[in-house]
Design a protein around this ligand. Structure first.
Ligand SMILES: [Zn+2]
Ligand SMILES: [Zn+2]
Length: 843
């Protein structure tokens, strides 16, 4: 074709003689040479790549994916991999347990003190992945126990076992594991979480020559002269790539007999190179490396049967040249994934765990290779253990399976091997499980064989014993109910506290006191110490004798309000811990479940006419289920409820707040201290120093103190406060330090307003007020009038508004009272026989 012809070829189809398309549009089917205006508008948001701006969504996504890919992938030759090992021998030589521990701690942790003991609290269990929605509530002790085992296995201080979370349904057992699994997935995408495995690569040339000659690998010498790794071969030069299906550890490629030595040499080299560096960080790393122990599991690790076969065949072909064999090895990063069955395996009760082996005939890469490496047999491994390798396997409801089905766990945990029919594979994974079966059932003959039973470690995951934690369990339910109904304050508390009370056991602490008395004998020569010890134990015994279950529940929740300040020093760590441990294994294994209370909430929210779920309804629902044994527990809940609402209603009625009280008490304390020290007090109004006497006698008139005892009273208050400050090591809250003065102020303040309060008129007006007539959260605006009825109505408005405002200030409006429940609670407090006296006759 000459140039002219070519030009003719590319000349536009339409020539000038034809009418332009605007005059006579071409038929629709004909391709248009230029997009119509409509067409342009419709697609003009699709820009060529080069014209895209950086904030374009596609660029944004593409940028993210490419950064993510760069940050989380790696393709290395075996040589390069060994350099990586040299840079951080610990990270590269981790076992499944070490990796697991690092993944859990990588999200951060703090410590928390609970009943005399300190526990680690790991952020990963607060669910950093879904904004806390799937967090584990409470269970600090169970998680700490599980972590202790994981850590001990990581340090090779403990023989690996099958770790089973034992507890009733709904206690968060499966959440604990699913957050560990999510943690593994995320951690393996971070730089410190890099985990590697290997692939086998073969060049096309390699195969062609073999095939062409029909002589297998006779021509191998040609190839053997090449030493460069195939790891970075371009895709089109790779003839066959075999990925290790069970993610073998690349270090397992080093022969077992010299593996430990080889890794030790790598570590030694690293130490030598660091020695030249004089920084503190380098020194620290040296000491870390010196302490590093190559894990036994890694020393004994073996490649899977496929990798073994390929390795052996290549070594044979290369005449035992290990380095030449490794040029076929490509090391890559892999990521844990439950969905893909990589390093994480979940076994549902219904799923078959059985392992199976099949010839890899359907796998093109592998069958290619079978032709390539003559006589080699390659398999595909089936089953959860193949997925679990280098991570964990988790058996949900583990004893739902017969012991025959679980028998394979014994070799997995003891020998670290799993049998796939003809082939036995060395594995490295943690074995977890959970069960709802009570502990004693596990010891029965038919559930477990003896060998297996010996390898099981149980970790108790009981119902929660802290009612404030228990309340959090119901948060999702409350959120759901709030879409259509109001949930009055304390409604959830009533249910949560009752449920916790049904789980608690009465404290006795006989063992603790016996042991402490015995220990006391060692101080016999030290009379003072002996006596103070004896006195402490006597007073502790007194506390235990009187302790109600409600007080125990408060103690578990860290609320010490029930014990007066002078006795708080009795709550030593050893004492608290003894109380908490006394019924370990029993407390929280029976009693009401969270599901039970969820059902009650469900029933209450079903009733469409019920605009507001309140504690009285919850109480009635619970009472319907009570018997002689549990009624006293519900009475305790009511007692606790009464105490809270009396204060709330008091404050709404009389507008005496805790802050007011505190101010008055602080003022009195300041002046009494000056009185005792014979000092003056600076008066901010008069702007000069004044004698405290005038202030004190005015307050004491108000407090109704007998004239003759006032001097002593001032001294005793100051002393008490000073003692409390010494005991606390800091300035205590006057409410705890001088509760008597606090209560006296409260009572006098209330009495002063109560005396002017007309209860009968108020109750009548309250009865007349119908909250259904308006939005439950609208401010009440009663019309003020001269008559006593109008006055009472405006009083009702004031009190209900106060109650709503006060409770709403704490959280969102919906967390406070609505007009409906505000009315009910005020009426309850003013008419209930247990609370009414408080208002009519004083304390
Ligand atoms: Zn393998
Ligand atoms: Zn309400």
């Amino acid at each position: 074709m000459c140039l002219q012809e070519l030009r003719a070829e590319i000349r536009p189809v339409r020539n000038l003689a034809q009418p332009p398309p605007s005059v006579s549009p071409p038929p629709l089917s004909r391709p248009q040479s230029r997009p119509s205006p409509a067409h342009t508008t419709m697609y003009n948001h699709i820009m060529p790549r080069s014209e895209r701006r950086p904030d374009d969504p596609a660029s944004f996504v593409a940028g993210f994916v490419s950064n993510e890919h760069a940050a989380t992938s790696a393709t290395l030759s075996y040589d390069e991999y060994l350099r990586l090992v040299a840079a951080d021998p610990y990270a590269a030589s981790r076992t499944s347990y070490q990796y697991l521990r690092d993944a859990i701690t990588s999200f951060g942790a703090d410590t928390v003190k609970d009943m005399g003991r300190t526990f680690p609290r790991f952020t990963v269990f607060s669910d950093p992945f879904f904004g806390g929605q799937k967090r584990v509530v409470g269970q600090i002790r169970a998680i700490a126990a599980l972590f202790k085992h994981i850590d001990a296995c990581a340090k090779q201080e403990e023989d690996e076992s099958i770790y089973i979370l034992v507890g009733p349904p709904g206690t968060g057992k499966s959440r604990i594991f699913s957050l560990i699994e999510k943690g593994l997935e995320e951690y393996s995408r971070t730089p410190p979480g890099a985990a590697h495995t290997l692939n086998w690569l073969f060049r096309e040339k390699f195969e062609m020559e073999g095939e062409a000659r029909g002589l297998g690998f006779r021509k191998f010498e040609d190839l053997a002269s090449e030493t460069e790794s195939y790891a970075h071969l371009p895709e089109d030069e790779i003839f066959s790539k075999v990925e290790c299906q069970v993610r073998d550890h690349p270090l397992a490629l080093i022969p077992r007999k010299v593996r430990k030595d080889a890794i030790a040499r790598v570590i030694e080299q690293r130490v030598e190179s660091l020695k030249r560096d004089l920084t503190a960080a380098a020194k620290e790393e040296v000491s870390r490396l010196r302490a590093l122990v190559v894990p036994q599991k890694l020393v004994e690790a073996e490649l899977c049967r496929n990798c073994q076969n390929i390795r052996d065949r290549l070594l044979e072909l290369y005449d035992g040249d290990w380095e030449k064999m490794t040029k076929h090895v490509q090391v890559t990063r892999w990521h844990y994934s439950l969905e893909m069955g990589r390093g994480i395996a979940e076994v549902d009760p219904g799923v078959n765990v059985e392992t199976e082996l099949s010839p890899a005939s359907h796998d093109e890469n592998k069958s290619n290779l079978s032709g390539l490496l003559r006589g080699i047999r390659l398999y595909t491994f089936h089953g959860k253990p193949a997925s679990a390798n280098r991570g964990l396997i988790n058996y949900q409801d583990i004893f739902n399976k017969s012991h025959q089905q679980l028998q394979h766990l014994l070799s997995a945990v003891e020998e670290k091997t799993v049998s796939f029919g003809d082939v036995t594979m060395k594995v490295d994974y943690a074995i977890f499980g959970s069960t709802n079966l009570p502990e004693n059932r596990l010891l029965e003959e038919d559930v477990l064989t003896e060998g297996l039973r010996d390898r099981i470690e149980q970790i108790q995951v009981p119902y929660l014993l802290t009612f404030t934690d228990e309340e959090q369990i119901y948060e999702p339910n409350v959120r759901e109910i709030r879409k259509s109904q109001h949930v009055a304050p304390h409604s959830i508390r009533v249910g949560a506290l009752y449920a916790v009370l049904t789980r608690l056991r009465t404290p006795g602490l006989a063992d603790y006191f016996t042991a402490e008395r015995r220990r006391m004998q060692q101080f016999e020569h030290d009379k003072a110490k002996f006596e103070s010890r004896k006195f402490l134990l006597l007073r502790q015994e007194e506390v235990i004798k009187r302790m109600t279950l409600l007080q125990k529940a408060k103690l578990y929740a860290g609320d010490l309000g029930w014990i007066n300040h002078e006795r708080a020093d009795l709550l030593t760590d050893a004492f608290l811990s003894a109380i908490r441990e006394e019924h370990r294994g029993a407390e929280g294994t029976s009693g009401r479940s969270p599901r039970w209370f969820k059902r009650i909430l469900g029933r209450l929210s079903m009733d469409e006419n019920n605009r507001c779920i309140n504690p009285f309804q919850v109480y009635a629902q619970i009472q319907a289920t009570c018997d002689a044994e549990t009624q006293p527990l519900l009475d305790m809940v009511q007692e606790d409820y009464n105490r809270s609402v009396v204060r709330e209603v008091e404050e709404a009625l009389f507008e005496v707040t805790e802050a007011d009280l505190l101010r008055r008490v602080e003022g009195y304390l300041e002046h009494a201290r000056a009185f005792v020290r014979k000092e003056s007090v600076f008066d901010t109004f008069q702007k000069k120093n004044v004698d405290p006497e005038e202030f004190l006698s005015r307050e004491e008139d108000f407090l109704d103190l007998a004239a003759g005892s006032r001097g002593d009273y001032r001294v005793s208050v100051v002393q008490k406060f000073g003692k409390a400050a010494v005991a606390a090591g800091t300035r205590p809250n006057p409410r705890d330090a001088v509760p008597e003065l606090f209560d006296r102020y409260r009572e006098r303040l209330y009495r002063s307003v109560r005396d002017k309060f007309n209860f009968q008129a108020f109750l009548l007006a309250l009865e007349r007020f119908d909250p259904a007539e308006q939005d439950p959260f609208d401010e009440l605006k009663p019309v003020p009038g001269p008559g006593s009825a109008e006055k009472a109505a405006s009083e009702v408005g004031r009190v209900l508004n106060n109650l709503r405002r006060r409770s709403a200030a704490a959280a969102s409006e919906r967390a406070g009272y609505c007009n409906d429940c505000a009315k009910k609670v005020v009426k309850y407090v003013l008419t209930n026989e247990k609370t009414r006296g408080h208002f009519l006759a004083g304390k």
